[in-house]
Design a protein around this ligand. Structure first.
Ligand code: CMC
Length: 429
């Protein structure tokens, strides 16, 4: 049965189609609104705008549900590998044994990066943020691997997607090594995706890296939890930029740039900085909480709140549990974890946070997990970016495959000066 909504304005009545998703979410299709009435809709921050139809990720912000291609994220975090989850997101279903083997071989075959890339890394100023470097380097990949000439060649698209997935972890680890003035460690075909990354980060001639099962597992879960999150800021950036028909590298580079922001992926770094500041201040979180509640202070409690989740972020639940288990198994006593837990406890009872539906999000405990693995704070958001890459690629592919794919071009309500004549310089006051 087709459903319609009716809009009445100044005696004019128009019907607008209602679109219903597979989980029952409803949207009013306003794509013909302007043609029929002259009106556009206004929705700053797109908080109430559905920008596309998508079959990749389902979220229920009220119930705290997150599923990739229908599978609950809790099950993937428990049973899947990051590689398999990436395949699931991009291809729409879990791979069979043969498909997974082929995917693994392709990832291995593409894991090296062009040696000339090293010179780029070496020439960034030492204080450069790794997210700025990663965004630039992913964009630069287009110059090294320019084969993608048309978006219609399926094979080229597959190779480019695999190349990106394979190289991003090599590039991230390489930037870390070069920033420390250390010799670059190359990927190895005998290691898994997560093991390879940790080995490239931490192996050195003086102390060869011993694969640590707990760290590998924590990284696996961390990356699965970050793998997609439907139309968030960076994914929207990827979709918007690619809608102008730029190459995949440029689109992903824009996603990385968006993710860098402290309101988005940069929050994992900001959380640790906030907890460290609380620690330096004697461990009292009172000041931070008061500042977060003060309307005249732009300070926010980092790692709290979410545009969609109005309850506990399901990723944060898994991350918190994993954080406890990891620290215990590695016998790490991180005072920041105690501060984080105390802060959460106090916040949960505070009417301001209750009334505003502010719960811990994925970034609140993730930094403590990354610290325990040995990842430096400045690399935290890079870790998020590696995890989010399959989601960006899946969303990009879905938009490219959409027969109704259009350039993204919102409108505005102009509030500036009305037309007036140009004044020659001698006549200006
Ligand atoms: N601390 C204090 N107050 C907050 C916070 C916070 N972390 N987050 C939201 N609020 C308040 C905000 O001041 C506003 O209050 P009022 O209505 O009284 O003016 C109200 O809650 C709504 O805030 P908003 O900015 O309109 O909400 P939003 O949906 O636009 O923003 C958010 C979502 C995630 C940007 C925001 O909650 C925030 O800035 N959180 C801290 C940064 C953070 O942890 N980001 C990571 C997000 S999860 C990872 C990811 O997906 O990137």
């Amino acid at each position: 049965m087709e459903d319609f909504a009716t809009l009445t304005y100044n005696g004019q009545k128009i019907t607008l189609p209602v679109v219903i998703g597979t989980e029952g979410e409803r949207a009013i299709d306003i794509s013909n609104l302007r043609a029929e009435t002259g009106f556009i809709t206004l929705d700053p921050g797109y908080a109430n705008t559905g920008s596309c139809l998508s079959a990749i990720t389902y979220m229920d912000g009220e119930k705290g549900v997150l599923r990739y291609r229908g599978i609950p994220v809790e099950q993937l975090a428990e049973k899947s590998t990051f590689k398999e989850t990436a395949y699931l997101l991009i291809n729409g279903r879990l791979p069979n044994r043969e498909e997974l083997t082929r995917f693994s071989v392709m990832l291995n075959d593409n894991s090296l990066v062009h040696e000339d890339l090293k010179t780029f890394y070496q020439n960034f100023p030492r204080a450069s943020h790794p997210m700025g470097i990663l965004s630039s380097m992913v964009n630069a990949l287009r110059s090294f691997y320019p084969a993608l000439t048309t978006l219609n060649l399926r094979e080229e698209i597959t190779i480019t997607m695999t190349r990106l997935l394979a190289k991003i972890r090599t590039m991230a680890a390489m930037s870390y090594k070069i920033s420390r003035g250390h010799k670059v460690v190359y990927p190895r075909s005998d290691l898994t995706y997560c093991e390879n990354f940790l080995n490239m980060m931490f192996d050195n001639p003086v102390r060869p890296y011993q694969i640590n099962r707990e760290a590998v597992n924590a990284l696996r879960v961390f990356w699965i939890l970050h793998a997609d999150h439907e139309q968030n800021c960076s994914t929207t950036a990827v979709r918007v930029v690619s809608s102008a028909r730029v190459n995949l590298y440029a689109a992903i580079s824009s996603g990385i740039a968006a993710l860098w922001g402290p309101l988005h992926g940069g929050a994992n770094q900001a959380v640790i900085e906030m907890l460290t500041a609380i620690q330096a201040d004697g461990g009292s979180h009172k000041k931070a909480i008061e500042r977060a509640k003060d309307k005249n202070d732009p300070f926010r409690l980092m790692g709290f709140g979410h545009r969609v989740y109005k309850t506990y972020d399901p990723r944060a639940k898994i991350m918190k549990k994993m954080c406890d288990e990891l620290l215990e198994s590695l016998q790490i006593n991180d005072p920041l974890l105690d501060i984080a837990k105390e802060l959460e406890e106090v916040v949960q009872k505070d009417p301001y946070f209750i009334d505003h539906n502010l719960y811990p999000n994925v970034d609140f405990y993730s930094g403590i997990v990354l610290r325990a693995i040995g990842i430096p704070t400045s690399m935290f958001t890079v870790m998020f970016a590696i995890g989010r890459l399959p989601g960006w690629i899946a969303q990009w592919k879905e938009s490219v495959d959409d027969p109704k794919w259009k350039i993204c071009r919102p409108r505005q309500v102009y509030t500036g000066a009305q037309a007036y004549d140009f004044v020659p310089i001698h006549a200006r006051v």
